[in-house]
Design a protein around this ligand. Structure first.
Ligand code: SF4
Length: 336
């Protein structure tokens, strides 16, 4: 690959993002975790607030998990932030708060995989470690004309070796960021700007008119659909909510919901558990939320609790609801 042209282009044309103008490994780590599955534009306001509130790994380690969850509410994929919190605590306990600078130490921290470890090693420490993400996969598949299915781990591993060879002939902190930036700005999934591309001259896909067909990514499995009856449980002193213990959205609050055919089967299920409720409004309000692997169809009913409660229901005052961490799937439900 024409690494030199790529690096010259990056140094001249890259966006001045706050996490690209630093070699602080803590800041680079936070940005890489936030950028997982999330667009730069969505991440930026969160990132700026986050670094202001948690300028060091120590500040992050000592915050409450619920406070942290509230601070990142809206970004989705909340497990990454639970892992981030655990990793910060481990850096405090095992490394006296000093960010590790060895790959084998980074890779053992919760939530840091090969990609994130490679990004931190190359960008913060200028060490030649590959950081292969979706952008880099697209650029390399097109540039080299590789038509292997990149959903398969074995094919990504082969590409990772090629990326490793490239970075060993480059300036690591520039190469990694240049590949990310090229994938984000120029070699985009649709309508890449090949006429502005610094590596166009030897690009296989461009020369052979195969841009649309590369990279090869086999179809993902269909998303599973869940249909819920979701209850807004009014009481004299607020609402009953529930703190999730399922892996998806773990520890986020939600309005209690049931996989049931109708509101009437929920009413009788609750009756059997000595909970008596009455419908405040028999109209059902429908919401939908799409996750990576599943879709929630949420049918909302406003009800009044007359007596009883389930063990995992937690009473939350109305004015506190905006302050607790809640997934967007339920945050968008309008209260009456
Ligand atoms: S020439 Fe086009 S397809 Fe090839 S790497 Fe550049 S932007 Fe991507």
């Amino acid at each position: 690959m024409d690494v030199k042209s790529l690096e010259v282009w990056y140094q001249k044309d890259h966006r001045k993002l706050p996490f690209r103008e630093t070699k602080n490994p803590y800041i680079i780590w936070i940005s890489e975790i936030m950028l997982q599955q999330t667009q730069v534009e969505s991440v930026l306001p969160f990132f700026v607030r986050f670094i202001k509130k948690y300028p060091t790994v120590k500040d992050l380690a000592f915050t409450e998990e619920e406070t942290l969850q509230k601070d990142v509410e809206g970004l989705g994929y909340y497990r990454r932030f639970r892992n981030m919190h655990l990793a910060a605590k481990k850096i405090m306990s095992d490394y006296q708060g000093i960010f590790p600078n060895k790959y084998k130490e980074l890779i053992e921290l919760p939530g840091i995989g090969k990609y994130t470890a490679g990004a931190i090693m190359s960008i913060a420490y200028n060490m030649p470690f590959s950081a292969l993400d979706g952008n880099v996969i697209r650029v390399l598949s097109r540039y080299l004309g590789i038509s292997d299915d990149m959903r398969l781990e074995k094919n990504r591993k082969k590409l990772d070796l090629i990326n490793q060879e490239n970075i060993e002939c480059a300036t690591p902190y520039i190469y990694t960021q240049a590949m990310m930036e090229l994938g984000a700005l120029i070699c985009k999934p649709k309508n890449p700007k090949c006429d502005m591309c610094p590596i166009q001259e030897h690009c296989f896909a461009y020369t052979n008119d195969q841009i649309e067909s590369l990279p090869v990514l086999s179809k993902l499995k269909e998303k599973k659909i869940f249909e819920y009856i979701t209850l807004i449980l009014h009481t004299e002193n607020g609402y009953f909510l529930r703190k999730r213990d399922e892996e998806l959205l773990k520890n986020m609050y939600e309005y209690p919901q049931f996989e049931a055919e109708s509101i009437y089967s929920v009413l009788s299920e609750l009756e059997n558990q000595d909970v008596s409720i009455e419908l405040l409004d028999s109209r059902q309000l429908n919401y939908q939320h799409v996750f990576t692997h599943q879709i929630w169809k949420i049918n909302v009913y406003h009800v009044k609790v007359l007596s009883g409660k389930l063990d995992d229901w937690i009473l939350v005052e109305k004015q506190r609801i905006k302050d607790i961490p809640m997934a967007i799937a339920h945050r968008k439900i309008k209260l009456i």
